[in-house]
Each structure stands twice: as C-alpha cells, then as structure tokens.
Design a binder for this molecule. Structure first.
Ligand code: HDE
Length: 688
C-alpha cells in the first residue's frame, strides 16, 4: 500500500500506538511479571486480603476507572477509517489543500451515530443519525460534523440544551430510552414552531435508515469556501451514498431493535470486513456571496434547506470506508469532533446554531476526555505537524524539548514563528456592524413553508408513513392538549397531513391554515434516491428445509451472488439440509430459524422441493417470516412448488414485488426476484 496518496499515512501513524503482544508474559502496568492472576493475596487460605497486593489493587482500580462520560448527545455510534479522493482541483472555490488536485487522497475517520439514546441503546430507533467525518489533511484536521437530514430542530444554539432535555428520557423516571414518542419532546415542539420542518423529516423514513451505508449526509449549516484571493462562496455540504438511500419501516425497525440492537453497527462492520466498502460522493451547493439574499429564506437559518432545483449539487470527490477500527473505545469512543476544526479555505457563516457549536464541541471534549490533551490520542492526532507553546495539562504525552514556551521569544530564535496569511489560517474578511441584541432575525420567521415543501415532495407511501409516525408518537403522549396543539401546528403545513393525523388520534380535524408552499422538490423523495446498484450488498433469506431441491435453490443463490447480494439460508434445522442444497458456494451461511427473523433481511425467497414445501408451509415461524416480509414491502420469491409456502402465508401471488409463477425456471425466478428486491413495494393488497 503506497504512501504517495497519503491514504495510509494515518494507518502508519496509528501503528505506532497499536499494542499486540498476547504471547508475552502478563505484567502489571509497571511491567513487573505477575505470578498469579486468579487470587488475591491473603493471610492464610481462608484469611482476609492484604493491602500490599499491589497487583490486585492496580487491577481493580483500573477497572473502577474504566468508564468515561458518554457523549451528551450522539452517545451511540459506529466508526470506520477510509479515504477521501478529490475529483479535480477547485482553486476558484477554495484554497483547501485536500481539494487542490484531482486524485489526491486524504485519510478519514467517520463516526455514524444515533442522537438521543445512551451508548447501549438500540440502533434502529426513530432518530436523526450523525454523520461526522474527520479529514486528516496535510494542513491539519478538518471535521465535517453533519447529520443524515439537511435541516435542524432549532435556529439558535441557546435552545439546544432545552431541546435535548426535552427529547432525552424524562428526568423524573428516565423513561423512555432512545425515543421521541413522549410528552416532553412534543411539549417542546408545540412551544417552538421552528421545529416543524425538522419534525416532518424525523417522522419520515429518513429517521430509520436501513444501513449507515445507505444514508445521505449533510453539513446542515451554510459554511463558506475561501479561495486564495480571498473570494468567498457560501456552501452547503452533501454526502450521497453510492448504494442509494434506503430506509426501514417503523414496524420493522421496532422488531429489529429487539432482534439485533446492533443492526446498523453490525452492518457497517460486516460490509467492510467483506470488502464491500461503502462509498459516498461529496457534493456542494454553492452560492456566491453576492447572491446571499436571493432566497425567500435566510441562508443562516438551519431549519431551511436550499432546494436542489434552485441550486444543484456540484460533485467534488468521493469517500470510501475500507478499514474497521482495532479498538472501539480507543478509536470510536475517543474520537473528538469539533466544528471549529477547519483548514485554510473553509470558514463559517454567521448561522447562530453553527456559532454555538463552535463553542460547544471543544468544551464537551474537555469533560468527556478529561483535559486539553485529547488531541494527542491516536485517533485524533493530525497528520500535519503540531507545533506551538501550549503545554502541560492532564495526560500530556509529548515531551516538548527546549527552554522557551512562549511567544515572542528571542532565546528560542523566535520559534515557532506564525505562518502569516499566505500559509496560515486567515479568517474570512467580513465587515460586521450591529447593535448587541438578543433577538431572532425577522428573516427566520417563516416556520412552515419548507415543512409544506417537504410534505408536498413526498410520494404517497412516504406520506402514509409520516402520518403513521405522527399518529404513533402523539398517541404516546399522555397530555391531551399536546396532541391537540401539535395537530393545530400541522394545520399550518397541510390540511391533508393535519386531517389524517387528527383522524388517527380521534380528534376533530383542525381548521385549514396552510401556508403557500414553494414548488415540490423531487430530490427530497426517497423514490428519487434509490441508486443504481440494484441489490448489491442487500441481505437475502433463502428459506429451506430438509427436502429442498438443490436444482431450485442453487441457481437462485448463484444469481443473487452474481449481483453482489448477500445470501443466508434459513432453516429450522440447518443440519438436516442436503449439503448439495446449500448453494453452489458451500460457504453460504446457514442460520437456524430460531436465531433470526424476517426483519433482518431485505427480501426472502423459497425454493421448491415436495417434502420441504410441506414442512415449510406448516411451520408457523416460516409463515410469519413470509407474512412479515409482505407487510414490510419486501420482495418475495418462490421457485416451483415453493409458491405453496407463499399461499399458505396468505401472500397473493400477483401482488407487486411477489415472484411466484410456478411456470418459471429457477433462473427466471432469480432474475425477476433480484429486480423486485431492488426496492420496496408499498402498493400491496391485504393478505388473503
Ligand atoms: Fe452536535 N454535539 N450540537 N449537532 N453533534 C455533539 O459533541 C451541539 C448539531 C453532531 O460522532 C456533542 O463530542 C450543539 C447539529 C454529531 O462524536 C456536543 C448544537 C448537527 C455529533 C454537541 C448541536 C450536529 C454531535 C456531544 C446546537 C448536524 C456526534 C458529544 C448549537 C449538523 C459527533 C460531542 C461524534 C455531537 C453540541 C447541533 C451533529 C455536546 C450545542 C445542527 C454528528 O458538543
């Protein structure tokens, strides 16, 4: 692996910190060999323990101090290393070195996260997802600390503690965990109408990503690119996944939270271990500073997005994640992102939410990681040289040599000298003039137009899911006035939305108060974001039993593998399967039905074979498996007599996404099934 691209320089730097010598002798932290690790030193076989047992004391003390505070938000996450590769040079936009040459690679570490839940909470809860990228550039670290939704709940950082206190478990009983469906969140919402747009996103399937690999990422705020000549351009950052954007559906997400709480974390880990490296394209929406006021919303308002139809996304490069961390705590837990970690060529806007973040992230790392030297932790260490007069503090690992630790000095020959504006970071020049006010700009006042834009841009099935989500969440609120007030708030967005939620909650439909919405923005609908990689990396269940016909199973598995899907054979008793019937590739994983279930797979197919079909069609767990796949809109296939299992489960053989014509060959079923499995099917009749 070459070093010329910079891609592996981070890996090499980390190598110096890796410890792997399990064959050596067990020692204390002082390096003293330990004779016995199983017993405390005691006075006689049955006597009291002795204080002089320094090994025991050190071991237990270290254990007692193993925990650090979890992140106050985004506590649960998963991370991976990889690289960013620029497509070209962009000197007219930015002087940032990592964007200054086509093909230039910069190592990255990415951490995906949920927001509200604790470290041990389930992955598939309804929530925003964090999408934080640390670029280890030659000019220092750049952190793009984004989310999987392009807008935010609030406009001003002063409201962030209030918002987080409202969405987190309620303080008196610490219930509910990792869930927004409770009174305090919705009480906050009814009192803070600026949340409306983001609440529509949060109630949509965007809040239930199928995989971290199938999420978009957004910088959310307006940032600023600065070119070498000082020209500034406002910029919004977008990450677009090559696999397309795919989501779960709520019922499925809830089931997965129990079946596999690590669903998203495991998915990322397994894909990288299997060499199916996830990839995103970095794109930007660019607004010249002269056009700052050309929009009917304020670019500084983080509850607004710029519709792609108004300002298209220009691609700048791609990011590939190709290496899992070695140690979760050392890397994924200790990684410290900060919105103020920028490099020359990237600057801020006056967005009051962003400005607050510029304070918060450093502050939070100080308490979370125990002092100012967290930047020296291996995962956080820049590749660029670090040279300054900052000294000492807890956990200092550098040995800074020399007499002088101040500037200006003569004793140290003036070193280190400031770089000056040519090489150094120079804040964008902007004339600022104003009274000191605690006040929201009137240009932030419209809270409903973009909520209406989002709603009207949704496909019918997406609207159904949004209505169901509002109905569920508000239905969980115990205070009737909260339900009523939020529905009244939705009436500002759209009469259909408010009316359907009111119906679901048994409330009167509110009076229509709609705000005129801009033209729909098709690029907001998941229907337009499916991607072009078909079923690549999707997980397919092949239901089998003793008697499954190899000639019907093997071609299906082969065809799915040929399209880069992942297949697992699921059987009540995998040991009873004909070895020939477990796929051409004998490594195909076989799972006992008792250990898995339908929500863990993207689609299900049933090969034929007389005895097997009879067994499967009379197994309640199999029938539930198939029925659930139907309910969750997943492709369902059957070869030959396998169709009997589908009809036993009440699945109509002519429903969209169902491939069950007994006249088709196994190869034909496989091809049709693979096509059907590329997306979900929501326009299905009820099961028979
Ligand atoms: Fe954060 N946020 N945030 N946030 N945020 C944190 O920093 C904060 C906001 C985001 O994987 C904390 O290290 C304030 C928007 C991500 O380690 C903390 C405000 C966006 C992560 C913090 C916001 C984010 C965090 C908690 C409003 C999307 C996880 C632990 C002014 C653009 C990073 C930590 C990781 C984490 C503060 C709003 C994204 C407390 C004050 C908007 C992805 O500093």
């Amino acid at each position: 692996m070459g070093n010329d691209t910079g891609r592996d320089r981070k890996d090499e730097q980390l190598e110096a910190a890796r410890e792997a010598d399990p064959e050596g002798r067990l020692t204390t932290n002082q390096g003293v060999p330990v004779d016995d690790d199983d017993n405390t030193l005691r006075a006689g076989d049955r006597g009291p323990s002795l204080l002089e047992d320094f090994h025991f004391r050190e071991k237990i003390t270290h254990f007692d101090h193993e925990r650090i505070p979890e992140r106050v938000v985004h506590a649960r996450g998963a991370g991976a290393y990889g690289y960013f590769e620029a497509y070209a040079a962009y000197p007219e936009l930015t002087r940032a070195h990592f964007l200054a040459e086509g093909g230039r690679r910069t190592p990255v570490f990415v951490r995906f996260s949920t927001v509200a839940g604790s470290r041990g909470s389930a992955d598939t809860v309804r929530d925003v997802r964090g999408f934080a990228v640390k670029f280890y550039t030659d000019e220092g670290n750049f952190d793009l600390v984004g989310n999987n939704m392009p807008v935010f709940f609030i406009q001003d950082g002063a409201k962030f503690p209030d918002f987080v206190h409202a969405v987190k478990p309620e303080p008196h009983n610490e219930i509910p965990q990792a869930a927004s469906a409770h009174d305090t969140l919705w009480d906050f919402v009814r009192n803070q109408p600026e949340t409306t747009h983001m609440m529509l996103w949060a109630m949509s399937d965007r809040a239930l990503p199928r995989s971290y690999r199938t999420m978009q990422g957004f910088g959310v705020h307006t940032f600023r690119f600065v070119a070498a000549d000082g020209t500034g351009t406002f910029v919004k950052f977008h990450w677009k996944p090559r696999l397309g954007v795919h989501s779960l559906v709520w019922d499925e997400a809830q089931r997965i939270a129990g079946l596999d709480p690590d669903f998203n974390r495991r998915d990322l880990w397994e894909a990288i271990e299997a060499g199916a490296y996830p990839e995103w394209e970095l794109g930007v929406q660019l607004v010249p500073e002269s056009r700052e006021h050309d929009f009917d919303f304020d670019l500084l308002d983080a509850t607004k997005l710029i519709p792609e139809e108004l300002v298209p996304v220009t691609p700048l490069g791609r990011m590939v994640l190709d290496r899992n961390p070695d140690n979760f705590f050392a890397e994924t837990e200790q990684v410290a992102f900060h919105t103020a970690h920028v490099v020359p060529g990237i600057d801020f806007s006056n967005d009051p939410l962003l400005q607050a973040r510029l304070f918060s992230y450093l502050d939070t790392q100080l308490i979370r990681l125990g002092g100012p030297n967290f930047t020296q932790l291996p995962v956080n260490r820049p590749l660029a040289d670090v040279r300054n007069n900052q000294r000492d503090g807890y956990h200092q690992t550098r040995i800074d040599v020399g007499q002088t630790a101040y500037s200006r000095n003569t004793l140290g020959f003036g070193c280190p000298a400031a770089a000056g504006p040519e090489d150094g970071y120079r804040h964008a020049q902007e004339r600022v003039d104003g009274e000191k006010v605690k006040r929201r700009s009137p240009s932030f006042a419209d809270h409903f137009s973009q909520a209406a834009l989002f709603w009207r841009s949704m496909a019918g099935w997406e609207r159904d899911h949004i209505v169901a989500a509002f109905t569920f969440e508000l239905g969980k609120c115990e205070t009737a006035e909260i339900r009523r007030d939020v529905v009244a708030q939705l009436a500002h967005v759209d009469a259909e939305l408010a009316g359907r939620v009111a119906d679901g909650l048994g409330l009167d439909r509110p009076a229509v108060l709609e705000t005129p919405a801009p033209e729909p923005s098709p690029s907001l609908s998941l229907d337009t974001l499916g991607g072009d990689l078909g079923i690549a990396t999707r997980k397919m269940a092949v239901l089998a039993a003793s008697g499954t016909e190899p000639a019907e199973l093997v071609p299906v598995v082969e065809a799915l593998y040929a399209r880069a899907a992942v297949c697992e054979i699921v059987a009540a008793d995998p040991a009873s399967l004909d070895p020939e019937a477990t796929g051409a590739d004998k490594d195909v994983v076989r799972r006992p039905l008792a250990t898995v279930d339908s929500p863990l797979y993207d689609a299900v197919v049933v090969p034929g074979g007389g005895d097997a079909v009879e067994r499967l069609a009379t197994d309640d767990d199999v029938l539930r498996f198939v029925a659930e796949a139907y309910r969750h809109g997943k492709a369902i296939g059957a070869v030959g007599l396998g169709a009997g299992v589908l009809s036993a489960a009440g699945v109509p053989d002519d429903a969209p996404g169902v491939v069950a014509d007994p006249g088709l060959t196994a190869e034909e079923v496989a091809a049709n099934f693979a096509d059907a499995a590329a997306s979900r099917h929501w326009d299905r009749p009820a099961r028979g």
